[in-house]
Design a protein around this ligand. Structure first.
Ligand code: GLY
Length: 311
């Protein structure tokens, strides 16, 4: 049976990991607010690019998540952020990697998408572009949470700590609160975006999957959109976001099947952990993850109330 189109539609995530019991409520409230803000834009005819940017700004400003304020520190005790956004109609994309002193890297990514001839700017170049376009700078302290300082101090006493071990050996205990959103507006344009502080104690300059188009983010309005969360090195190995899009292009556009198959590939080929949100060209949604929990929320034009889940 053919399913009806259900757009506008919006799906967001706030990370896939072993979210502790005492953090479930904060994750729930954070994604609920982000979904509400993005949905209000789409419902009144706004663009999917606006909905994705504004939803992600809410999550970057919410210190519950590993994005913007509340991000993990790198091994030097600094905060370096990654983000990307892609417009599935124009195929234009913008991204920043290892950028410092910017509270909302998703907005800087959008500026790069719309006002530069490039896609990905890193570190000093990204800051220079931000300055030229009057993006406000913040102090590192504005992004820093005592929770993360304490985590960093603890890790300095564990010289053998590695992200790989934290993911593989320690029952997927590595915190991974990357955020993302995929939206389809009334005009049928799909946009996807992702933002993260990366992994705890990462090497300075380390870039994960989130700012890499095809790995953390992808949008093609003729197929669908994807945002990922989880262990970036593994996501990069299987080019996760584009892999899921390719599966959906071949399976008749089934987002649930594509999300599940994507996670199976991540697991089998890269021993990776994480989650994926998927939206197809009809506004149907798919979500899959292989971590104990994933914070995710969605709503479409066919639904009276949103689905918001952290289990
Ligand atoms: N998926 C986020 C990161 O590994 O940086």
């Amino acid at each position: 049976m053919k399913r009806k189109s259900t757009y506008p539609a919006l799906v967001i995530h706030g990370g896939a990991w072993d979210i502790p019991d005492d953090a479930v409520d904060a994750h729930y409230r954070g994604i609920q607010k982000a979904l509400k803000v993005g949905w209000a834009i789409l419902k009144k005819g706004g663009s999917s690019v606006d909905a994705v940017e504004e939803s992600i700004i809410i999550l970057e400003n919410d210190s519950t998540f590993d994005a913007g304020r509340g991000s993990f520190l790198n091994s030097l005790g600094e905060i370096e952020l990654d983000a990307s956004i892609m417009n599935g109609k124009t195929f234009r994309a913008g991204a920043v990697a290892a950028v410092k002193n910017i509270q909302n890297p998703i907005s800087l990514s959008r500026l790069i998408m719309e006002k530069s001839e490039h896609i990905l700017l890193t570190g000093l170049g990204a800051n220079r572009f931000a300055k030229e376009h009057k993006v406000p700078f913040c102090k590192m302290e504005d992004l820093l949470l005592d929770r993360e300082l304490q985590r960093w101090l603890k890790l300095q006493k564990e010289p053998d700590y590695s992200t790989k071990d934290a993911f593989r050996m320690k029952q997927r205990k590595l915190p991974s609160g990357t955020v993302g959103a995929v939206a389809m507006d009334k005009a049928g344009v799909i946009c996807a975006g992702t933002s993260t502080g990366g992994t705890p104690n990462k090497y300075p300059g380390r870039v994960g999957d989130s700012p890499l188009i095809g790995c953390g983010t992808y949008a093609d309005s003729s197929v669908g959109g994807v945002s990922t969360t989880g262990w970036g090195e593994a996501m990069i190995k299987v080019v996760m976001a584009k892999t899921v899009i390719d599966i959906m292009e071949q399976n008749g556009g089934d987002p649930e099947d594509a999300a599940k198959k994507g996670i199976t590939i991540l697991d089998k080929k890269a021993a990776g952990f994480g989650g994926v949100i998927v939206l197809n060209k009809k506004g149907h949604i798919g979500i899959a993850y292989n971590t104990p929990r994933m914070a995710r929320a969605y709503i479409t034009s066919a639904m009276k109330n949103p689905v918001i889940e952290v289990e």
